[in-house]
Design a protein around this ligand. Structure first.
Ligand code: SF4
Ligand code: SF4
Length: 407
C-alpha cells in the first residue's frame, strides 16, 4: 500500500494523491467544520503482505493477524459507510487479498452502494478469485508495480517473479471488464523506468497510471537515503511524464505525485486533515490519514467502540488539525492556507517534532533550506542497503554497487 487518490467513477481507470474536495459544512454543534461525509474511505484490511517494499506506507509497527477486525465487523463498517454517504472505498493493506473473506466484504460494500477499489500487488490472485471478486461487485483494480525490469522489481519488493504475475493479473482485470489503474511508486532505484512503466500501462489497457514519487513517511522515511532521487533525475522524469501526456492524450490519464523535497509548496496532504478521507487500520483504529499514528500524542478511536459518523465528525484526532484554526505563522496569515492546509501534519511532526509547524516541504518554512540540503546530500551519496518492510523489521540486505535505474 502506498498512498490514496479518490477515483472519479466516470473515469475508466484511477492510487494512491489528488486534492479531495466535497461539501464543507458546519456541524450542528458548530465545532466540526468538515465535509458531512468523507468522499473516500481507505480500509487497511490486513498488514500481511508477501512483498516487502522499503517505501511501504504502513507503520513500522505492523498490526498482527490476531488483532484484525472480523468479517462481520468489516461488513458493519461498509454498511455504516454507505449510510454516512461515503462514495468510494479503497480496500488495501498490506495485501488485501490475504483476507480469505475479501469477497464477503466486497459484496456487503457493493450492497451498501459504495464504489469499490481494490489496491493490490496482485501476486496472490488467481483468475478464479478475480472472477469471484468481480461477481461480488468489485468496480476497480489498482495494481502496483515495482519496476518494469523484472530483476529490479524482485529486488525492490524482496519477492521473486512478481512482474510476470502482474502481467497475468492485468489480463484478467480487462477480461472481466473492471477498471484498471497502474500505481508506480517512483524513487532513485527505478526512476529511469518511468517511460517504460507508462508504456506498460498503455499496453495493458489501463485507464490511468499514477507516477507516484515516494512520500517519506514510515518505511520510506527509514529508507530515505536509499530512495531519494537527485533533483536532476526528478526533473528528467517530470519532462518524460509531460511528453507521455502529450503522446497518449485521450488514451490514458497520467497522474503524477511530486516528491515534496523538490516542491516549492507542499501538497494538500489528504486534501486537508479530516476533510475528505478516513482511514481504518486492520484492528479498527480510525485515522484521518494512513500515517497519522506517527503523531505520537494523538489518541484514536476504534470502530469497535464508536460509530463511524461520530468519529468522523467529533473524534479528537479528527478535530485536532481540521480547518485552519490550529495554524501558526507563517501558515496562519498565508493566502495559500485554504489551498494546501499547511502541508502534511505527519511530516511536520516527523521533521520538526511539532505537528502544528509549517511542513518543511514549504519554501516559506524556516526549516526548508536545511531540509532541502538533506535531499541534496542523500541523493548524491551511494544508497545504503534497504531496510525491508517486514514484521519485526530492519533486516538489511546489500544495495547494488551501481544503481540499476539511477542517474
Ligand atoms: S509491502 Fe509493498 S505491496 Fe505490500 S503493502 Fe507495502 S507497499 Fe504495498
Ligand atoms: S506557509 Fe503554510 S499555508 Fe502558506 S504555502 Fe507554506 S505551507 Fe502552505
Amino acid at each position: 500500500m502506498n498512498e490514496i487518490t479518490p477515483i472519479k467513477p466516470t473515469q475508466s481507470g484511477p492510487t494512491c494523491t489528488a486534492p479531495m474536495s466535497g461539501p464543507v459544512s458546519q456541524a450542528e454543534d458548530g465545532q466540526a467544520l468538515c465535509a458531512r461525509a468523507p468522499v473516500g474511505m481507505l480500509c487497511e484490511l490486513t498488514h500481511r503482505c508477501p512483498l516487502q517494499c522499503p517505501y511501504c506506507s504502513n507503520p513500522l509497527e505492523l498490526e498482527r493477524v490476531n488483532t484484525e477486525l472480523t468479517t462481520e465487523q468489516w461488513q458493519d463498517v461498509m454498511r455504516q459507510a454507505g449510510e454516512l454517504g461515503v462514495l468510494q472505498i479503497h480496500l488495501s493493506g498490506g495485501e488485501p487479498t490475504a483476507r480469505k473473506d475479501l469477497e464477503d466484504i466486497v459484496k456487503t460494500a457493493s450492497e451498501s452502494g459504495l464504489y469499490i477499489n481494490l489496491i493490490t500487488a496482485g501476486v496472490t490472485l488467481t483468475r478464479e478469485r478475480m472472477g469471484k471478486l468481480a461477481e461480488a461487485g468489485l468496480d476497480h483494480v489498482q495494481l502496483s508495480i515495482q519496476d518494469i525490469e523484472p530483476e529490479n522489481a524482485d529486488r525492490i519488493a524482496a519477492y521473486k517473479g512478481g512482474m510476470a504475475k502482474k502481467r497475468e493479473v492485468v489480463k484478467w482485470v480487462k477480461e472481466l471488464g473492471l477498471a484498471l489503474t497502474i500505481n508506480a511508486p517512483i524513487h532513485r532505484q527505478n526512476i529511469n523506468s518511468v517511460p517504460a512503466m507508462i508504456d506498460f500501462a498503455v499496453e495493458v489497457g489501463a485507464g490511468r497510471i499514477e507516477v507516484a514519487h515516494v512520500q517519506y513517511y514510515a518505511w520510506a522515511l527509514l529508507n530515505r537515503a536509499s530512495l531519494m532521487p537527485t533533483k536532476e533525475a526528478f526533473m528528467k522524469a517530470a519532462r518524460q511524464v509531460e511528453e507521455a501526456r502529450e503522446k497518449f492524450k485521450g488514451v490514458i490519464v497520467i497522474d503524477a505525485v511530486v516528491p515534496d523535497y523538490y516542491a516549492k509548496f507542499p501538497k494538500p496532504c489528504m486534501g486537508g486533515w479530516a476533510r475528505g478521507i478516513v482511514n481504518i487500520t486492520p484492528s479498527g483504529r480510525v485515522l484521518p490519514c494512513h500515517a497519522a499514528e506517527s503523531i505520537t500524542h494523538l489518541a484514536f478511536d476504534n470502530i469497535k467502540d464508536k460509530k463511524l459518523a461520530d468519529i468522523w465528525l467529533y473524534g479528537d484526532a479528527f478535530q485536532k488539525y481540521r480547518g485552519t484554526e490550529w495554524m501558526k505563522e507563517p501558515c496562519r496569515s498565508c493566502p495559500r492556507k485554504e489551498i494546501d492546509f499547511g502541508g502534511c501534519r505527519c511530516q511536520a511532526f516527523a521533521l520538526t517534532g511539532d505537528a502544528t509547524n509549517t511542513d518543511p516541504a514549504c519554501s516559506l518554512s524556516p526549516l526548508h533550506a536545511q531540509w532541502a540540503k538533506v535531499a541534496e546530500e542523500e541523493s548524491h551519496s551511494a544508497p545504503p542497503a534497504f531496510v525491508y518492510r517486514r514484521v519485526g523489521g530492519a533486516k538489511t540486505v546489500p544495495a547494488p554497487e551501481t544503481e540499476p535505474s539511477g542517474v
